[in-house]
Design a protein around this ligand. Sequence first.
Ligand SMILES: Cc1cc2nc3c(=O)[nH]c(=O)nc-3n(C[C@H](O)[C@H](O)[C@H](O)COP(=O)(O)O)c2cc1C
Length: 262
Amino acid sequence: MSSELPAFSPTKEFKYTESPNPGWNFGQGIETTAEGREWAEGEKAGWKIVDASKEDSSKLYSLLLTGIVPRPVAFVSTISPEGVENIAPFSWFNQVTFNPPVVSFSSAQGSQAAKDTVRNIRSGTGFTVNIISEPWVEQANACSTSAPPDVSEWPLSGLTKADSIHVKAPRVKESAFSMECELFQAIDIHDQTTGEVTATLVLGLIKYIHIRKDVINDRGTVDPGKLKPVARMGGLAYAKVSEGYILPRRPWAEVKDAIANN
Ligand SMILES: Cc1cc2nc3c(=O)[nH]c(=O)nc-3n(C[C@H](O)[C@H](O)[C@H](O)COP(=O)(O)O)c2cc1C
């Protein structure tokens, strides 16, 4: 299949463009642009309503995976109490808050036991969350294989371990943005009928952040064009993150005046 596809074009920079409708003003509906009118045309197809409590779970899984996009990806490195290292990607991932600095990811478990990642984290050895960059997404993706608990994914990935300073689990040397985390809380999610655990939401307290200096911009923050993060889409798809636009977040005092002068 891949031979029929155009070649991948590596991200060279994060290009900023105008926003989709730079002339937009408060109160204007979507009919003011051709794209907005075309979007509204889609309503003619009507809505399909899915009753989540009745939908087949594998269909629900695919639907949510394709509808809730794009997702960032946490590449989570852990270590078992016996010293077996493990690394796997998780896209049910995000920042929860910054005070205290907490990230979350969720691991599904179906009828099998919890995934190695969750078992290791519950043992209290700490973990690292590494942001994946485009040049090594294949290596990271390979770690999603269901290797048995006594087999580490590190050798098959071709990636390099780097020592953490606070937790036992290593970080990924190739990652330009890694967070050393302690377990803050693990919350089991249960099937509503059988009560069996179907997933675990892991909250991680960030203790240290390792940022490669070449991805830091003059404001001390991360330049997306240098970080080249990957985004997870539905099914087996990923997306590039190479173009963006800026929309201001106006304080209410300004919004109030703008509405009054409209
Ligand atoms: C990009 C990507 C994102 C994934 N996201 C998740 C996720 O959010 N939750 C999950 O349970 N599994 C997810 N998986 C599957 C896990 O990576 C896979 O089950 C892995 O084998 C778990 O490793 P472990 O058993 O060693 O912990 C994802 C796989 C890929 C390739």
